[in-house]
Design a protein around this ligand. Structure first.
Ligand code: ATP
Ligand code: MG
Length: 562
């Protein structure tokens, strides 16, 4: 993670500092980010990435990227590639090669045999239903499986036969022998291995048995020399099992598991399973749809890695949980883009303006700053000519009180240009405004007119050399604060029908014919907009995605920006 984030102290950092001070921790701090490649990463994962890579960086240690790939049916290479690209884009530099839990399948198998040899694991033939019944409940202790006391030799033979493909899916499992009466259900002889005839994206058809997460994770951590295994709170109840596995095996070290609260954002879903449903059912245009809370969606929308890291810093890391307002994320984006985004003018809904007193066929070049507060970003040129475009919404036939834009017989300044007054409104047969005939005041470039006052400043482009563009106005994907709270039905019922409005025929400054692709622009008075390279390529004209409005306008009709 780069140095711009001055990381706030979090409780995990304090724990490690204490351990170092007391001499309980010596040597390097090693963390890992362990995604399962069964979907794309989302904003919740960003929190975990910032934490794991951030802790490693703070203590001069290392962070591994390890795919937790024990469910071959749900995983694939597309996800693996996307996850690596996303982690890298966010600034995560993992130590060495990418790792896979499946790299350790041979060792995991050997450790499973070690448990069997020690009488700490057995092969069980209860089916899923029986197993659930034997497990008991929160109130009632479980009962021992009738297979629990098989002799070691028999367990070994059966386990080897499982591996050799002599049994069918679900026929046998390997279970840890811990305590069927434990108040912690995770300790009631959890499954360590199950049979799955499934081709694996890394190991092909080598295996027909796959280790469970609760067995794989501690062993993988130990094999990699992880010192601090940071995970979300739902694994707190699994920690005794994590420790049991490591205490009972001849692993090289015993990492410490520390839990923190998941990130929940309002108006947002952070569950890969549900995000996958949005993709599979076609509610969005893929995992990287700019409305998705995925890292790739946010990237396509114009969010910057800096702003996402800043957001993760703002929300901090704790054990308390709760829900963060998505407005905080949007705020972080605005803050970052306000200082860095180049300015440009885009007329979204063009209406023609003819400057009746400007000579036909002539034009002049006006110079505007790329950024009003940052001269180092340079200047840009726009053309002033007889025909211009302004936004339809910047003209009112009958202006409301305090109207700061154009209206009949009223004057307005065009940003970086002159003041003009509307003299005539040309209409079509239906009465719709098709053209405004205005008079400009040649004495007003950079100075205010004498004797009358322009209403405000609006943006514009020249008709002749502006470029046509398409604009995708994105808004929040859901219009319900907690779209996946179970009490209000299915989350897809809360999709915001106005989350995407496409405007074609917008006009942008000529310099935007080939838009930059590293940062969004601020379209003056409209918001921040980022070029969509794939769509631009396909359309043969620039296509921009709205990153965020200039101000928080959610709840005011969502139309923001002005
Ligand atoms: P999901 O429920 O979306 O599938 P997951 O936890 O199953 O998430 P993993 O791929 O296993 O997804 O997650 C990788 C890491 O990211 C884990 O350490 C996990 O705890 C962390 N993580 C996932 N979601 C969040 C979240 N909302 N906030 C913080 N960390 C998260
Ligand atoms: Mg998971």
């Amino acid at each position: 993670m780069s140095a711009e984030s001055k990381k706030a102290h979090n409780f995990i950092q304090s724990l490690i500092e204490d351990a170092i001070a007391k001499g309980e921790h010596t040597g390097k701090v090693v963390t890992r980010f362990p995604p399962e490649p069964n979907g794309y990463l989302h904003i919740g994962h960003a929190k975990s990435i910032c934490l794991n890579f951030g802790i490693a960086q703070t203590f001069g240690g290392e962070c591994n990227l390890r795919f937790d790939d024990t469910n071959p049916e749900k995983e694939n290479q597309e996800y693996i590639d996307a996850i690596q690209a996303d982690v890298r884009w966010l600034g995560g530099e993992w130590a060495g090669e990418v790792r896979y839990a499946s790299d350790y399948f041979d060792q995991l198998y050997a450790f499973a045999e070690e448990l069997i040899q020690k009488g700490k694991a057995y092969v069980c033939a209860l089916n899923a239903e029986q197993m659930a019944e034997y497990r008991g409940s929160l109130k009632d202790p479980g009962r021992n499986s009738p297979y629990r006391d098989r002799p070691v030799e028999e367990n070994l033979q059966l386990f080897r036969d499982m591996r050799a493909g002599k049994y069918q899916n679900g026929e046998l499992v390997l279970r840890a022998k811990i305590d069927m009466a434990s108040p912690n259900i995770n300790l009631r002889d959890p499954i360590l291995y199950r049979i799955r005839y499934a081709e694996h994206h890394q190991t092909g058809n080598k295996w027909c048995i796959y280790p469970m997460y609760d067995f794989t994770h501690p062993v993988s951590d130990a094999l990699e020399g992880i010192t601090h295994s940071l995970c979300t709170l739902e694994f707190e109840d699994h920690r005794p099992l994590y420790d049991w596995v490591l205490d009972n095996l001849s692993v090289p070290c015993h990492p410490r598991q520390i839990e923190f609260a998941r990130l929940n954002l309002n108006y947002t879903i952070t569950s890969k399973r549900k995000l996958k449903r949005l993709v599979d059912e076609g509610h969005v245009d893929g995992w990287d749809d700019p409305r998705m809370p995925t890292i790739s969606g946010m990237r396509r929308r114009g969010y910057t890695p800096e702003s996402i890291r800043q957001f993760c810093d703002m929300i901090g890391v704790n054990k308390a949980g709760g829900t963060v307002d998505v407005g905080m994320l949007e705020h972080a984006i605005r803050e970052d883009l306000n200082t860095r985004a180049p300015r440009a003018m885009c007329v979204m809904r063009p209406i023609k303006v003819t400057l009746v007193n400007y000579p036909e066929g002539e034009s002049e070049t006006l110079t505007l700053p790329v950024h009003p507060q940052d001269p180092s970003m340079g200047e840009r040129q726009v053309t002033w000519s007889r025909e211009l475009y302004i936004d339809r919404e910047d003209f009112a036939d009958e202006p409301p009180k305090k109207w700061k834009r154009l209206a009949p017989d009223q004057a307005v300044r065009l940003r970086g240009g002159y003041v003009m007054t509307c003299r005539e409104v040309i209409r079509d047969a239906a009465g719709g405004v098709v053209e405004l005939r205005c008079e400009y005041d040649p004495a007003t470039l950079g100075v205010n007119p004498e004797g009358y006052k322009p209403n405000g400043v609006i943006h514009w482009v020249s008709a002749s050399d502006s470029v046509e563009a398409d604009i995708h106005l994105y808004d929040r994907l859901f219009n319900h604060e907690s779209p996946d709270s179970d009490k209000d039905g299915d989350f897809v019922d809360h999709l915001n029908p106005d989350s995407l409005v496409v405007l074609s025929g917008a006009r942008v400054e000529p310099s935007l014919a080939k838009p930059r692709q590293d940062l969004p622009y601020q379209f003056e008075r409209e918001g921040y907009f980022f070029c969509d390279p794939a769509r631009t390529e396909a359309a043969g004209r620039p296509v921009f995605n709205r990153t965020v409005t200039l101000r928080d306008s959610w709840g005011n009709g969502g139309k923001g920006g002005k």
